[in-house]
Design a protein around this ligand. Structure first.
Ligand SMILES: [Zn+2]
Ligand SMILES: [Zn+2]
Length: 341
């Protein structure tokens, strides 16, 4: 089969992903093989390629996979052939540790990430444990469904972790693939809450999209919102938004950082952290790590019910390096998705 394989770490400008012909994988017990239609492109794939996140090399990246069940492994019974399914970041966990037993298998020490510890969706086929595949609700096309599987599901987890109550103010720092989906969920779940979006200065396209999707206020990171925020979600790769979010949080407020790694560029911003201004009065910082299967199972039907309309920009599989470069530059309109077949 055809696949875009990450064989070496390097700046995305150097094209570290290569188009290769590799053996089509065979499903083992409890696994299914999926004929892939599309796969979303994520900032995490960029972190892998550039070495900020350690992946098992060589690896086929991609953890927002949509396709159809093609072959059932021995004992697999959750799906029929040709069912449309999606795969998210959780590929497998041990199922027996205290985290797994508690429903937080995203924290399992044996957690394996799709497209990182196991081959993912930048290919014509992949195999996955059937428990880590989810039915895709009908209203979505394949490309629309792809970003829901990472940006959407992880964003949903981040929103849950804010502990927001209806009527409380929520801020979004960064307005890319994840935030533009979570904003729609927040608008639906918390109709009386005011939603504030902070972007980098000059990102007028993101700001326009935020208003269109229901933001009450749009500004630049560093601006003062009209009211302090009970909660904030940071989806940026940078550090300055953390400092700024902590500054505008209300007492007892919580910042949820929804990023798997941060870039080093503006890390010295953290030296501006002042205890009284940014941390005191029981302000909290929490991070999200991956997703649980339950997050995916809850989020996909909710996304269909709202309904969420992801904005996507499509690329052919062979242009994975180019798509990742645009992700690095923050220049994609909505979520980037690779078309495989
Ligand atoms: Zn992702
Ligand atoms: Zn476990």
């Amino acid at each position: 089969m055809k696949a875009m394989v990450l064989t070496r770490i390097g700046p995305i400008e150097s094209g570290p992903l290569e188009l290769k012909e590799v053996p089509t994988p065979a499903p083992q017990a409890g696994e299914i093989r999926i004929r892939i239609s599309v796969c979303g492109v994520c900032h995490t794939d960029l972190d892998e390629a550039e070495g900020r996140l350690e992946a098992r090399l060589p690896v086929i990246p991609g953890h927002q996979v949509v396709g159809h069940v093609e072959t059932l492994g021995p004992g697999a019974s959750a799906f029929k052939r040709n069912d449309r399914v999606g795969v998210a970041w959780i590929y497998s966990a041990d199922g027996v540790c205290e985290f797994c037993r508690d429903g937080t298998e995203n924290l399992c020490p044996q957690f394996r990430g799709t497209g990182c510890d196991a081959n993912g969706g930048y290919a014509e086929y992949m195999v996955v444990p059937e428990a880590s595949a989810y039915p895709i609700p009908d209203p979505f096309t394949d490309v629309e469904a792809a970003p829901l599987l990472c940006a959407g599901v992880v964003g949903y987890r981040a929103l849950r972790l804010t502990n927001l109550k209806d009527g409380q103010a929520l801020g979004f720092f960064g307005f890319g693939a994840s935030a533009h989906l979570v904003l729609q969920v927040a608008r639906h779940r918390f109709p009386n809450s005011r939603l504030f979006v902070f972007t980098r200065t000059g990102q007028t396209e993101h700001q326009r999209m935020a208003k269109e999707l229901g933001a009450d206020w749009v500004g630049a990171t560093g601006d003062d919102p009209p009211v302090p925020l009970q909660a904030a979600i940071d989806t940026t790769p940078a550090w300055a938004p953390i400092v700024e979010a902590m500054r505008v949080l209300a007492p007892g407020g919580r910042l949820v950082i929804n990023a798997i790694r941060k870039e080093a560029k503006d890390k010295d911003t953290l030296l501006r952290l002042d205890y009284a201004t940014h941390l005191w009065r029981e302000k909290e910082i929490k991070t999200t790590a991956n997703v649980t299967r339950q997050d995916a199972r809850e989020f996909l039907p909710l996304a269909a019910e709202i309904p969420i309309r992801p904005q996507v920009q499509e690329f052919p599989l062979e242009q994975a390096n180019d798509a990742l470069l645009l992700v690095k530059q923050g220049e994609t309109q909505g979520a980037a998705v690779l078309r495989v077949s």
